[in-house]
Design a protein around this ligand. Sequence first.
Ligand code: PLP
Length: 382
Amino acid sequence: MTNFNTRLVHQPAQGDNGTGAVTVPIYKATTFEYPAVGAPIKDDYSRSGNPTRRALEDQLADLEGGCQGFCFSSGMAAIHAALAIFKQGDHIIVGDQIYGGTFRLLHQFFARWGLSITAVDTRDLAAVEGAIRPNTKAIYFEPVTNPLLQVTSVSDVARLAHQHQLLTIVDNTFLSPYLLRPLTLGADIVIHSATKYLSGHSDVSAGAVIVKGPALAQRVYFIQNALGAVLSPEDSNELARGVKTLSLRLDRQIANVKELVNYLRPRPDIAQIYYPGVKGLAGYEALQKEATGAGGVFSFELSTGVDPVRFVNQLQLFKLAVSLGAVESLVELPSKMSHAELSPAEQLAAGIKPGLIRMAVGIEDYRDQIADIKQALAKSRK
Ligand SMILES: *Cc1c(COP(=O)(O)O)cnc(C)c1O
């Protein structure tokens, strides 16, 4: 089994299936019997290793082209584990548009640990290089950012990181291994909020870390086992089910986004569109070099003639909710929802205008999605 879409459907065998079951069973046992004192044993305790979770971890490692995977109870638990491999006094360079929860974890938790952080626009390699200090250990970024979909080249950053013996850590939540495989482009660690595209149905909270080599695997395994924020066997099973349809869902989501962009682009109600998956829009050329698609999230700015709050309130099919990556369409207003923690000045500095709308497009019929947008626009013109 070599091709990606086949590997999505078939989890690596765990070698203990005497029943012929075509899916990996949910192993609820928290403890596993030793044949004798000191005898070798695959698992002894479920936090340290669970066959249902391992099937998923092995599969994600394979899909990302890594050596080992680790699953956690949320994306934030995964990010925490990946960053907890560092120590007091270490310095990390991070993208200036990273997920808000990651920013909070770094500035309000890891800063207390004695980790120092410099945020830079990772699209600007000179700025990244300029931020490197003698104690810098890693560069952490999202190749496609939220909500402006800015594109950073993984191979460019990884090349610079290698020159300075730094680790490259990539949050690949927005694209998933179907569209981008950072480890094959030189990154060392890939992180997912598996709550999003990997699970795909807004019903599992999960995270994953996939590492390139065995030395990093040992460091992340130590944290996973020591801190213990592991993914439950039940959620591992649900996540594994979601993974099987990853490419089918994303193919439809990408096709739908393109229809919506084509519909919105010529309209005077729309001031700007952010989606690097369509020619002529920012980031397209950069993304083309490394990824096979731009995913199912896009953003746009309404012109001043449309009331953004009324617009999102009027949408029916697009549910007003944060999060992304699931089969149903969601809409959010970053200035009042996902990025509300930022002051108006900070929002403007980050490019988040009051009329910016972010859509996480689902797999519904695009004609219904367009009809919903059309009726909401009609009701929200000033
Ligand atoms: C949602 C998200 C996270 C956090 O993941 P949780 O599963 O919510 O803990 C991290 N990074 C990105 C890019 C996300 O979208």
